[in-house]
Design a protein around this ligand. Structure first.
Ligand SMILES: *[C@@H]1O[C@H](CO)[C@@H](O)[C@H](O)[C@H]1NC(C)=O
Ligand SMILES: [Cu+2]
Length: 246
């Protein structure tokens, strides 16, 4: 009985959050990863990186130096690519998003050293932040609008813009939601990262500058990671390395 309660409790927590069910790039739909793939034969080849069970809506919280901050838990490279032209946008379709979980939505891109599908560890990827949205409209807790609220209203779809000057090549897109409802104290922010392989086409020429491993993006005390949204919010510093727009 006790273990049944525990199991149900876990399921309820997981399903309360969202995960990416699919993306639309270049007018084409690409299914997201689901743990159901383990029962399918052949296993579908999708651009989405696989994650363990808790990747399906679970929270990455607290220890930002750990592997699961990169592409969620036990991440394995996606086995296909979504093709997109530099300058175009990708629709990232989240399954749902709880209204109470206000916060920023951030995109990071990392070039793959060759093929993304055979990467041994996502900690090798050096990411640059290429898009961000945080506080959309300042205000008190019942009037402010956050990137998550806008996404929720937009059919749970985040529009991810690929910089128009980006050099063609193979990249990993890391789309992340950070929920701030319990971020008033250190360790309270909740991160939800999801990764996808992209084949970027076009005739832009600029490589991304530098980049850092995702394990170096945040610390528990970083500005915008520890942040109180229980009171009126006038402005919000989106956390992470600087934004690159090309
Ligand atoms: C809303 O998103 C779902 C996938 O999450 C998609 O199937 C549906 O077409 C979208 N609706 C609109 C109006 O874009
Ligand atoms: Cu929650």
């Amino acid at each position: 009985m006790k273990s049944l309660t525990l199991a149900l409790g876990t399921v309820a927590t997981v399903s309360a959050h969202g995960h990416v069910t699919g993306i639309v790039a270049g007018g084409k739909y690409y299914m997201g990863y689901t743990p159901n793939f383990q029962y399918m034969n052949p296993v579908p080849k999708v651009p989405a990186w696989s994650a363990g069970g808790y990747g399906m809506g679970g929270i990455v919280a607290g220890q930002y130096g750990r592997l699961d901050i990169v592409c969620h838990d036990n991440p394995k490279p996606g086995q296909a690519y979504a093709e997109v032209k530099a300058g175009d946008s990708i629709n990232v379709q989240w399954s749902n998003w709880p209204d109470s979980h206000h916060g920023p939505i951030i995109d990071y891109l990392a070039p793959c050293p060759g093929d993304c599908t055979t990467l041994s560890s996502p900690t090798l990827l050096k990411f640059t932040k290429t898009a961000e949205a945080g506080l959309v409209k300042p205000g008190a807790p019942n009037t402010y609008i956050w990137a998550t609220d806008a996404m929720h209203k937009n059919n749970n779809t985040w529009i991810s813009k690929i910089p128009s000057s980006l050099k063609p090549g193979n990249y990993v897109l890391r789309n992340e939601i950070i929920a701030l409802h319990t971020a008033g104290t250190v360790g309270g922010a909740q991160n939800y990262p999801q990764c996808f392989n992209l084949k970027v086409t076009g005739n832009g020429g600029k490589a991304l500058p530098g980049g850092v491993p995702a394990t170096q993006f945040y610390r528990g005390e970083s500005q915008g990671i520890v942040f109180n949204i229980a009171a009126k919010v006038d402005s919000y510093p989106v956390p992470g390395p600087p934004l690159w727009t090309g």
